[in-house]
Design a protein around this ligand. Structure first.
Ligand SMILES: Nc1ncnc2c1ncn2[C@@H]1O[C@H](COP(=O)(O)OP(=O)(O)OP(=O)(O)O)[C@@H](O)[C@H]1O
Length: 576
């Protein structure tokens, strides 16, 4: 039991800390306004009933009718009516403003929490899941405040108010009402939470699966048709949909049952209060108007608990979201406390003279039994060009990813200068050419952009487009040829003045003429910078000052330009 409690606390603490950080005052104000709205509503109903009953009784005799003060209660009714409307309006504004601000801050925290090598790899493997978590899990936390905490606070205030009002008439009636309301409210909410936890969890997971399957179906249509798996994928999707509908039906049934229980509990409360206040009137302890006030307050008191229903139904989903987001919130909080970034793989800067120093670095992929890089040491001097060659699986891309900070080493030390990275696939976005270029240098003006395009040999092509730099690209750079995409990536590389270039097979897939042009430009523009280039191709490796032969994650040999071994190793590479 204690272990369970400490586990729950360890999940909720970072999430609540992250959710309330910076906005807790607004959230407390929102919850207070929600409570005021409920109390004003109860007060309005009770006072109106009291007023009508008291006016009717006072009207029975001329003397009492003349003495009856109609102004104070009607002013009170107006005040409560206006107050309730204003509090409701303020509550909506404040709670939603606080929630949106909290979620925006939390989203940023989660993004920062994800900005680590291991997380990025995981996200790239399952992008649909990442998107779902960013949207759905965070929305679930929105419900935690709006549908659970705020209504729970309002329900407690309503209980206290109803118990106090009846307690003023007779102490034990107030206590009995308070205990009864708390018992029913807590029992139904907690019972609903436990009964709905499994279907709510199932619903959240099935919605996630349905989205991922739909994305797979749409984006992989061609492959599914080619493999004859389209019908199977559709059937799997339909099955998920059916299971989701079953979970939905179960939740709806629970919701209806909880509504019915609250209805019955409300009627029982009303009947018991009627008997209680009837006895009090009989004994002459209270008048009829006070009895009507008590009855109407008891009638309204159960309503805030009914509002908790939705929160209790969604609690399972909130719990799942909290469990998934909690490590990221905790991770980020630790980093914020220590002033570090979440990515432990950020390397140091080497001493003057060298651009890269790797010392006995080992890297292992999660789930792999062997190291992809094994105690690898490498030094690259300023302005030196090193080409890494080796058979497929030797560890070339791993080495590049390590230096780019996409992978963390489990042993050894890494020092390198700031770098610009030309990867095999140019990461182009569905945006204008200008925005795609500005990713590399957000402050660059038009002159710098055109200069980079000129140097990359793409300026003439862009000038030929009607919208020039404003031309919009499709997904992954659709609208440009492979050669133009590579040149655009090259222009991005040139917009950065970093002293180290990481080039991953920079001309793979280009025709011989385009490749020769790109390489000639790289050679001229990369003068004075250090290069680390992963390659299979002779035309690329020929630009290097040093060849590094990698095999099974180790440096097997190194050859300097001009040596016979260098020429032999070069000759062994692919020609185009
Ligand atoms: N994401 C991954 N998870 C597990 N193992 C991986 C992963 N990526 C690469 N590896 C393994 O790490 C080793 C080195 O792979 P790497 O991609 O670095 O080789 P490479 O030399 O770049 O190959 P290629 O020339 O085919 O691109 C291989 O044994 C490979 O199976």
């Amino acid at each position: 039991m204690t272990r369970r409690f400490s586990e729950t606390a360890s999940v909720l603490r970072p999430v609540l800390g992250a959710l309330f950080a910076g906005v807790w005052r607004r959230m407390a104000l929102g919850a207070s306004l929600a409570a005021i709205t409920v109390l004003a509503g109860m007060g309005l109903l009770g006072l109106s009933g009291w007023f009508i009953a008291a006016t009717a009784i006072a009207g029975l005799h001329a003397a009492s009718a003349l003495a009856f003060d109609v102004f104070a209660p009607s002013a009170g009714i107006r005040l409560l009516a206006l107050g309730r409307t204003a509090a409701r309006y303020g509550e909506r504004l404040v709670t939603h403003d606080a929630t949106l601000a909290a979620l925006a801050a939390l989203r940023e925290r989660i993004f920062r929490g994800w900005a680590s090598a291991a997380q990025i790899r995981e996200l790239l493997r399952r992008p649909a899941r990442a998107l779902f978590r960013l949207t759905s899990d965070l929305d679930a936390l929105e419900s935690l405040y709006l549908r659970l905490l705020t209504p729970a606070g309002a329900a407690l205030c309503a209980t206290a108010f109803a118990a106090a009002t009846l307690g003023l008439m007779t102490f034990w009636l107030g206590i009995a009402l308070g205990i009864w309301m708390l018992a029913v409210g807590i029992a139904v909410s907690v019972g609903l939470f436990f009964r709905s936890r499994r279907p709510a969890l199932r619903r959240a997971l099935l919605t996630e699966r349905l989205r991922a399957q739909t994305v797979d179906l749409v984006s992989g249509q061609t492959e599914l048709v080619m493999a004859g798996r389209l019908a199977a994928q559709c059937a799997a999707l339909e099955q998920t949909d059916r299971r989701l509908a079953r979970a939905d039906r179960r939740l709806h049934r629970l919701d209806t049952a909880a509504g019915a229980i609250y209805g019955i509990a409300g009627s029982l409360t009303l009947a018991a209060t009627l008997l209680g206040v009837g006895a009090l009137v009989d004994r002459g302890q209270i008048g009829i108007p006070a009895a009507v006030l008590a009855l109407l307050i008891a009638l309204a008191a159960m309503e805030p608990f009914a509002a908790l229903r939705r929160g209790a139904l969604e609690a399972g989903r909130m719990w799942l979201a909290a469990k998934r987001l909690s490590p990221h919130c905790a991770e980020y909080a630790e980093c914020a406390d220590s002033g570090a970034t979440p990515d432990a793989a950020v390397p140091d800067v080497p001493n003057a003279g060298d651009a890269v120093i790797l010392q006995r670095v080992s890297v292992r992929y999660p789930g792999s039994a062997t190291d992809a890089l094994q105690s690898l040491s490498l030094t690259i001097a300023h302005g030196e060009r090193v080409a890494v060659v080796g058979p497929s699986g030797a560890g070339k891309s791993t080495l590049m990813a390590l230096l780019a900070g996409e992978l963390a080493a489990h042993a050894g030390s890494i020092q390198r200068l700031p770098f610009a990275w030309l990867s095999q696939r140019a990461d182009l976005f569905q945006d204008s050419l200008r925005e795609n270029l500005l990713l590399a240098a957000p402050e660059a003006g038009d002159e710098a952009l055109w200069h980079a395009l000129e140097s990359a040999g793409l300026a003439a092509d862009i000038r030929g487009l009607n919208a020039g730099l404003e031309t919009r690209l499709g997904e992954s750079g659709l609208g440009l040829s492979a050669g133009q995409r590579r040149r655009l990536a090259l222009a991005r590389l040139l917009l950065q003045s970093h002293p180290l270039w990481l080039l991953d097979e920079p001309t793979e897939g280009l025709d011989a003429a385009t490749a020769a042009d790109v390489l000639a430009r790289l050679r001229i523009l990369g003068e004075g910078r250090a290069w680390l280039m992963a390659t299979h191709l002779r035309r690329e490796a020929a630009l290097a000052d040093r060849l590094l032969i990698l095999r099974d994650g180790r440096v097997e040999a190194e050859y300097r330009w001009g040596s016979r071994d260098f020429a032999a190793a070069l000759a062994a590479l692919r020609h185009d």
